[in-house]
Design a protein around this ligand. Structure first.
Ligand code: GDP
Ligand code: MG
Length: 337
């Protein structure tokens, strides 16, 4: 199928002009969640690949959810909020979804009619029908009233039952036990994927809670080697919502480097939820950092602290659950519109 990409791009540009500065990005994705065309709001980077790379990283966790809805046929339009962004999704014919990413203070209602119109036009472009890429200003005429009625039906996408997957990353020096912790936690209940470009294995696992309806689904990114680390750090750390800072209680230098890890992670993903973990507590004799020292640092960084052994499995599940509970507390698990 050949799509008139030039027309899609022209349409995105018009859209950007209408929405203005609240627009972080607009993108067109296909049913598989692949980005077909994208445009960033604020800066006018012309390198298209760059834009697509950055934008798709931004929406990736949400897209998983949306494309699932999409394939179940229940999807039409929807909004979705995270702490930093608001998303508007509109089905654009049978092939595509039009995604608008706004900053968190933007109002959805005035934007939605434009998103809706744009999505209709995108559907037509995919059909190969002729359509003007120009998005008209909307006034209180009949057409916009029609659209407003549809806004009323706009459903708020709910986060519940592990539908939303949080990107989880691990920070800390080599050899502290990050990979071992993840394997312990994930055990055999995992699917693994491999991002060869950045040498990362990606695992998914849900956290359930007794007596709680909410589940938290983590997509855990674990770097395979240390060698290429510097080069891939940014994309590894980017857009992470959850993270575990790990040190080895038998090696002081791994403890001392934690503050730097903390700073670097916060710089790349400022709104990340983190916990601090002292690993290898089975090596009682070799212990170099006490529980109190660990807790003191955690307090200083305003993080929760827990000690684990990936070797014996002690506290491994609890560490991930501790983080999962933070995610539950932090994000709104709305049950109602
Ligand atoms: P990473 O580089 O941080 O991913 O660390 P790894 O998970 O690869 O672990 C490095 C080494 O420490 C391996 O030999 C592990 O078997 C060992 N290791 C990891 N966790 C523990 C632990 O809790 N106790 C002990 N005794 N060894 C551990
Ligand atoms: Mg490792």
């Amino acid at each position: 199928m050949s799509v008139d990409r030039k027309k899609l791009e022209a349409l995105l540009k018009w859209y950007k002009q209408e929405i203005g500065e609240n627009l972080i990005a607009a993108l067109i994705v296909n049913r598989e969640g692949l980005v077909m065309s994208a445009l960033k709001g604020a800066d006018d980077k012309e390198v298209e690949e760059d834009v697509i790379g950055g934008v798709s990283a931004l929406v990736e966790p949400v897209l998983t959810r949306i494309t699932e809805e999409f394939s179940s046929g229940s999807f039409g339009t929807g909004t979705f909020d995270t702490e930093e962004q608001r998303f508007i999704f509109c089905e654009a014919g049978p092939e595509a979804i039009f995604v608008t990413v706004l900053n968190s203070i933007a109002l959805v209602d005035p934007v939605f009619p434009y998103a809706y119109l744009a999505a209709e036009k995108i559907a037509r472009i995919f059909d190969g029908r002729s359509v003007s890429p120009v998005i008209p200003k909307l006034f209180a005429d009949k057409e916009s009233q029609n659209i407003e009625r549809k806004v009323d039906k706009l459903q708020k996408i709910k986060i519940k039952s592990g539908e939303y997957a949080f990107k989880l990353i691990l920070g800390g020096e080599g050899g502290v036990g990050k990979t071992s912790m993840v394997h312990r936690f994930v055990e055999d209940a995992f699917q693994t994927d491999y991002k060869s470009t950045i040498g990362t294995s990606i695992m998914k696992k849900e956290c359930d809670f007794h007596g709680l309806e909410s589940k938290v689904r983590f997509v855990i990114w674990d770097l395979a080697g240390q060698a290429q680390f510097k080069r891939v750090r940014q994309s590894y750390l980017a857009n992470a919502e959850a993270g575990i800072l790990v040190y080895d209680v038998t090696r002081k230098e791994t403890f001392d480097s934690l503050e730097n890890w903390f700073k670097e992670i916060k710089k790349v993903s400022p709104s990340i939820s983190l916990i601090l973990v002292g690993n290898k507590i089975d090596l009682v004799e070799d212990r170099a950092i006490s529980f109190e020292q660990g807790e003191l640092l955690a307090q200083k960084l305003s993080l929760s602290y827990i000690e684990t052994s990936a070797k014996t499995g002690e506290n491994i599940n609890d560490a991930f659950k501790m983080l999962a509970l933070q995610m539950i507390k932090r994000y709104m698990f709305t049950e109602e519109v």
